[in-house]
Design a protein around this ligand. Sequence first.
Ligand code: KPL
Length: 309
Amino acid sequence: MKDTHWIIGPGAIGRLLAHSLSPLTTTTLIGRRALPEQQVVTTPEGEQRLQRLKLYTLEQIALKANGLPCYVHITAKAMAAEAALASLADVIPATTPLVLWQNGFLAQPRITQAWPGPVLCATTTEGAYLTGDDGVVHAGRGHTFIGDLNNQHGGLAQTLAQTLNQAGLAATAVDDIRSRLWQKLAVNAAINPLVALNGVRNGELRDAAYSGQVEAVVKEVAAIMLAEGIQPPKGATDENAWLSMVWQVVRNTANNKASMLQDVAAKRPTERGAILGPLIERAEHHGLSCEVLNGLNREIEALEARYLS
Ligand code: KPL
């Protein structure tokens, strides 16, 4: 029997997953509003593929779903992940494996603690963006790491990684997903708020006007990571390792409009609560200075208030 995957959150990663998994699994993409079933994915090589996806709204899924899912992928944004799960909680058994695809470190520990079934977390460098209600561009191939915060579901993570690999999305099951989520969060904290506040692409952070601010954020982040026992990917523990990792991502993504900049431009709530929130909370817990992070959080909050109110 084919695996059954439900994906809740038809954003860029949700649709990329649906396009990739649909040919080899029974996949349903679930959103709040109806979307056209004919969907186009543009591959990193520029080829356009038309595919009929199974798309349901939250109201339809309870009535129309034929069988229960083997996995529920939650690809809604960090602030919406718990609400997305709550909207399915009466439809799926509480033993259903979940896969959380959020940035930051907010939804993951909360859902891991609250959900009785297995909760896998995924962190991905796949690049994708939407081009409207019926299109997603797979802008760059990346890699996805999968694991659970308590290292209890290694076999399940392996099985899912195998399925993703077969679907054309490179994936590896890991036993250090917590560190990997924090490492990504550290990079996001150094890049996203500054580019969102200044309306610049990632590469512009190298300009003299911003580079000092990047360094000031990384200084606070590095101290928090040290206190939390999170090492930068290359294994060093000094501040320079975090800084060089951030500059490397800035270089690699120089032309990107970071997700927080895109959120601000589209007048959507940002992921500041999932990115800056856990860092500030941990800094306060360890009695560390987080003036710069707090300042950025307040500025983004004020910016959001101008368009959300
Ligand atoms: O993950 C990203 C994002 O945009 O959220 C970075 C690494 C900053 C690349 O743009």
